[in-house]
Design a protein around this ligand. Structure first.
Ligand SMILES: Nc1ncnc2c1ncn2[C@@H]1O[C@H](COP(=O)(O)OP(=O)(O)OP(=O)(O)O)[C@@H](O)[C@H]1O
Ligand SMILES: [Mg+2]
Length: 371
């Protein structure tokens, strides 16, 4: 069995700054959970609290396997962690760093060395076993720290941007390996990152934080398909937002058709938005079609002019200025036709490919801020 971790009403303030605000979170036995959020959202703070390196404010409780650990020191929580600032033993070579913990525990040294060599192969570090930490690059040191933690035998792993300093190719390979090792060894892993792709590829569930508050938790598919608010939608993928008022609700079968001011239509299962209700409609950049200008008097079709057009790893990304409707971002597969700056175009989207949100109390602009 691997540990279950629970945080109950955990708040952490630094003077007037609320780094973490009444966090309630359960990480299940054997789960791979990522804490995902922009910089300053409280990810590292959460990991430091679980590790016992800082203490929650009064009233907050942390449990590991149903045991309150507030009064248990870091050493006795039996946690492996990889923090960006956590250094290797500088006087030990790579292999000795890796077998440090097995050695302390009195495990068979020959076998430990053998697993260390296997681990180094996995980390693309074969042949560097004799190197001292100062002879390694930043990315190599990070991989050694990760390997050492994986070899420590801890059943609870805390990882703070463990793949952050690595080059793109190694990072991709290690994401897969890291998840596989965690699952094979039946470890509970809590991983902080601001890289959405990484979080989606590696996790069972993702917890999305903003300014110290947990906004949403769910599987990658759940949070992507049903973002709780416009911050999550915007953070997870390039999304265009239009504010409006519900003009009429037309119930057809199980769904409702909402007509917004400016003739935007959205299909929804939620019939709870009454007429005159203020809402925001979101359309993801990849759900918008772009065509040479054509005459069309249907809802969800708009005329505009291409303001910028870029090719980014297999996709064309356009910014189109709409007549009276501001700017939209569009992403289409690069095999389709190409538009130049200044081209007059018509853009459209299907009512089904829309997300509906209540209009945020704090205002649209503030709700979309990523920092
Ligand atoms: N020791 C400290 N003293 C004062 N403020 C702190 C301290 N540690 C963190 N903070 C503040 O708490 C907030 C949360 O910080 P935290 O390091 O948890 O963010 P993060 O999500 O890990 O961000 P990043 O992605 O940049 O690592 C930030 O506003 C930060 O400035
Ligand atoms: Mg951090």
């Amino acid at each position: 069995m691997s540990p279950k971790v629970e945080l109950k009403h955990v708040t952490k303030k630094y003077e007037s700054l609320v780094a973490l605000n009444d966090l309630n979170l359960t990480i299940n036995d054997g789960e791979y959970l990522t804490l995902l959020g922009p910089t300053g959202s409280g990810k590292t703070t959460t990991l430091l609290l679980i590790a016992g390196l800082i203490q929650p404010d009064k009233g907050g409780e942390i449990y590991i396997d149903d045991v309150p650990v507030n009064d248990i020191s870091t050493e006795n929580r039996n946690i492996g962690f990889v923090f960006a600032r956590y250094a290797l033993f500088p006087h030990l070579d790579v292999v000795d760093n890796l077998i440090f913990s097995p050695r302390v525990k009195g495990e068979n040294l020959e076998e430990s060395r053998k697993s260390a060599r296997e681990m180094l192969e996995l980390m693309v570090l074969s042949g560097r076993g004799d190197a001292l930490p100062k002879e390694l690059s930043g990315g190599m040191k990070q991989r050694v720290a990760l390997a050492r933690t994986l070899m420590s035998g801890a059943k609870l792993l805390l990882l703070d941007e463990p793949l952050g300093a690595l080059d793109a190719r190694i990072r991709m390979a290690l994401r897969k390996e890291l998840r596989k090792i965690v699952k094979d060894l039946k470890i509970t892993a809590i991983h902080a990152t601001n890289d959405i792709t990484e979080a989606f590829l590696i996790s069972d569930r993702v917890a999305i934080l903003r300014e110290g508050t947990l906004i949403q938790i769910g599987t990658p598919a759940e949070v992507y398909e049903k973002p709780r608010n416009i911050f999550v939608a915007n953070f997870l993928s390039d999304t265009n937002f239009f504010g409006g008022i519900v003009k009429s609700v037309d119930i057809q079968k199980k769904s409702a058709l909402l007509v917004l001011e400016g003739e935007l239509r959205a299909k929804t299962n939620k019939t709870s938005k009454p007429e005159n209700f203020r809402i925001v409609l979101g359309v993801r950049a990849e759900d918008i079609q772009i065509k040479p200008r054509f005459s069309m008097d249907e809802p969800n079709h708009f005329h505009g002019e291409v303001e910028s057009s870029k090719f980014i790893s297999g996709t064309n990304r356009y910014e189109v200025i709409l007549e009276n409707k501001g700017l939209v971002i569009i992403r289409v597969k690069a095999s389709k036709e190409w538009f130049e700056e200044g081209d007059r175009v018509t853009i459209s989207f299907h009512p089904r490919e829309t997300l509906l949100f209540d209009y945020p109390e704090e205002g649209l602009e503030k709700a979309l801020e990523l920092e």
